[in-house]
Design a protein around this ligand. Structure first.
Ligand code: SAM
Length: 184
């Protein structure tokens, strides 16, 4: 869907906007150390990373730090309030390696084979991001050696099985609570 339409969707706003405060809360940071979770994605300097559904940026700044100044992080979300919030955080932190864009991850409009790592952290399964449409798009934007890193909370909801069943990705194991897949 066009990001403009999706961002205005009442369903999406009802589903995610109220949880913005929780996403940023100290309690969450205390309960789920984002640095530890990001370690599971095995990010490396100079990588191009796509963060799908960045929300209020719980993982964004740390991920940007991990890939360094020569890396490039694309933080994507259809909700303009979240995009604004993350853009402010990025600006305040003086980060130059982050691009925050308002877009539907089902139609990223990114170049094919342009991304090293896709982060799906806390974004699946949700009805606005059906795996049946998300996975082919992630497969398209990932480079041949690229990886898909998936953090699911509180339970896996059968997502790992669905990812493997799609036939688009191969299992690379689980580390620090993060499932990793190679582009098959
Ligand atoms: C539960 S929040 C998680 C946010 C963030 N990853 C975190 O863990 O704090 C899910 C996010 O996915 C975003 N989202 C929903 N549908 C989307 C879509 N089709 N494309 C991209 N992001 C989407 C929502 O706007 C929301 O910010």
């Amino acid at each position: 869907m066009d990001a403009e339409q999706l961002g205005k969707s009442r369903f999406l706003n009802l589903l995610f906007k109220p949880s913005g405060m929780v996403m940023e809360s100290r309690l969450r940071r205390w309960l789920f150390d984002p640095r530890r979770t990001l370690r599971g994605a095995d990010l490396k300097p100079e990588q191009v990373v796509l963060e799908v559904g960045c929300g209020t940026g719980f993982f964004t700044l740390l991920a940007a730090e991990m890939i360094g100044d020569d890396g490039h992080l694309i933080a994507m979300d259809p909700l303009s309030d979240f995009v604004k919030r993350v853009s402010e955080k990025v600006k305040d932190a003086g980060l130059k390696n982050v691009e925050v864009i308002r877009r539907d991850a089902l139609n990223t409009r990114l170049a094919s084979a342009s991304v090293d790592v896709v982060l799906l952290f806390g974004v699946v399964p949700y009805p606005t991001i059906p795996l049946s449409r998300l996975l082919p798009e992630m497969h398209r934007v990932l480079r041949q050696e690229g990886t898909l890193a998936v953090w699911l909370y509180p339970v896996s909801f059968g997502v790992p099985t669905s990812i493997l069943k799609s036939g688009l990705f191969t299992d690379l194991g689980k580390k620090d609570g993060v499932y990793r897949y190679g582009r098959g």
